[in-house]
Design a protein around this ligand. Structure first.
Ligand SMILES: [Zn+2]
Length: 495
């Protein structure tokens, strides 16, 4: 059986409370471009191994890289969205290291002159707002991928896929401002939301478009200096990030409490074992022998260019949330749920644009729709009900063609079958019963069958009235207009 993080040596809560963690995150996001960072190869995910390659991204002699304009534009947009100062002059450098998935023998990155510096992100963790500093944002290209499993000869050989070589990335390095795994979680959530909103990255963590490493150290509360940090790699899901940080913080505290010393090292989050494990001793920066890439021009950014990027900036999450409160009159909770992802916010706005009342649309999406999507582990992009179809259903409720109770059943059928509301209502006979004589007939039958409750009602027990309403609604399978049922029952019981 796999070991879990819970098997980390348990430390008494009062010991844990004497320490605090210091966490900084390094996030790599793949820019949403059609072609790679320095060549015209496709960035499409899932292509046949080594099919999206050329002399440039394979690092063949004589091949010359050219910076992808779109990649630069997206990197600038990301920099501004996280409040960084764009540097007038930045420069690509070669980060030299030898590895089988790196055919050039170096990664193109930015070193002493990054694209942007000194930004911040406002997060909220455990109900507390906090500002997390961002040290820098720079551009770089990705390495390929070594494949150790899934081949008949995997025992003897490692395979390599160079499709990812040269993919355009940005690296966003935070200040060591986070103190708990919850703050790190909130930071990554907020950053992902901004990168998605601004269309900088699709942030698909399963496809490796968003990757996260953490620098973690612990110190006694109030200690002036940071402790020695470990870098934990491979935190490529929100769950891994939380579990790995919790494990690593406890591990370091346990080690110090036992009289040990924390070694500066790189550790990997071992998902199956549920623990961090040492990978290699930390390489120092000079090991990479950085030097300016002679094949690439320095990047100069004019104030005009920044202005232009700001003008093209899509609406950011905070602005959208504020607009949902004012323009659509939503409650803060609903607005928060609906703006959690841009795709969900777009869906909501499409439902409203198709004519649905905003508040009803918000409540149906956040309750009926999200519950079904969550149960199925699906994303709004996989929603089987089109915004116009949901708007159509809500319109029918608004006009009194069906009851809210029936609408829930109709919606369930729409979700299952993908059919429009009108078709389901016609086929299943969900149309609201507004024929008062039909309702009156049922009401009289219910009253006749429940003489004892009628007596109670007439002797002044008003609470019994709800019983009658419930019975009539049930007899009509929830299709009677509750208002009409109320009126008729009052009249019949008064006779
Ligand atoms: Zn290429």
């Amino acid at each position: 059986m796999a070991r879990t993080a819970q098997e980390n040596p348990r430390i008494a809560p009062e010991v844990m409370a004497r320490y605090e963690a210091v966490i900084g995150l390094e996030v790599h996001a793949q820019l949403q471009t059609v072609t790679k960072a320095f060549c015209a190869c496709s960035t499409k995910f899932g292509a046949a191994p080594n099919s999206n390659t050329c002399p440039v991204c394979l690092g063949l002699p004589g091949a010359l890289p050219v910076l992808n304009r779109r990649a630069l534009e997206l990197a600038l947009r990301a920099s501004l969205a996280i409040h960084c100062e764009i540097q007038q002059l930045s420069r690509f450098a070669r980060k030299n290291y030898f590895y089988p998935d790196l055919p050039k023998g170096y990664q193109i990155s930015m070193y002493e002159l990054p694209l942007a510096l000194a930004g911040y992100l406002d997060i909220e963790a455990d109900g507390q707002p906090k500002r997390i500093g961002i040290t820098r944002l720079h551009m770089e290209d990705d390495a390929g991928k070594s494949l150790h499993e899934g081949f008949p000869d995997a025992e003897r050989w490692t395979h390599v896929d160079f499709n990812r070589c040269g993919m355009p990335l940005i690296e966003i390095v935070s200040e060591p401002d986070m103190r708990t795994p919850a703050e790190a979680y909130a930071y990554l959530t907020t950053l992902k939301q901004i990168l998605e909103y601004t269309e900088v990255s699709d942030c698909n963590m399963e496809e490796g478009s968003l990757r996260c490493d953490a620098n973690v150290s612990v110190r006694l509360r109030g200690a002036p200096k940071f402790g020695t940090k470990a870098e934990v790699k491979n935190l490529n899901s929100f769950r891994y990030l939380s579990h790995a940080l919790e494990y690593e913080i406890e591990r370091q505290i346990a080690s110090i409490e036992a009289g040990g010393v924390i070694v500066q090292e790189t550790r990997l989050w071992n998902v199956a074992a549920g623990r961090t494990e040492p990978m290699r001793s930390k390489e120092f920066a000079h090991d990479y022998r950085y030097f300016p890439d002679p094949d690439l021009l320095p990047v100069t950014i004019s104030p005009h260019r920044i202005e232009h990027t700001l003008l093209a900036m899509p609406e950011l999450p905070e602005a959208k949330l504020a607009r949902f409160l004012t323009a659509h009159g939503l409650a803060p909770y609903d607005a928060g749920v609906l703006t959690a992802s841009r795709a969900l916010a777009d869906y909501f706005e499409a439902v409203v644009a198709a004519g649905a009342p905003a508040k009803a649309a918000a409540s149906w999406i956040s309750i009926e729709l999200l519950r079904r999507l969550n149960d199925a582990g699906k994303d709004i992009s996989e929603c089987p009900v089109a915004p116009s179809a949901l708007a159509d259903l809500l319109g029918k409720v608004d006009k009194g063609e069906i009851t809210a109770a029936s609408a829930k059943k109709v919606f369930a059928a729409m979700y299952e079958t993908g059919k429009p509301a009108s078709e389901i209502i016609a086929a299943e006979g969900f149309a609201q019963i507004t024929d008062t004589s039909a309702i009156e007939k049922i009401a009289r039958a219910v009253v006749a069958k429940n003489a004892d409750n009628v007596a109670k009602y007439r002797s002044g027990n008003e609470g019994v009235f709800k019983f009658f309403v419930g019975q009539v609604i049930r007899e009509t399978r929830g299709q009677a207009n509750p208002q009409v049922v109320n009126e008729i029952l009052k009249r019949v019981l008064a006779e």
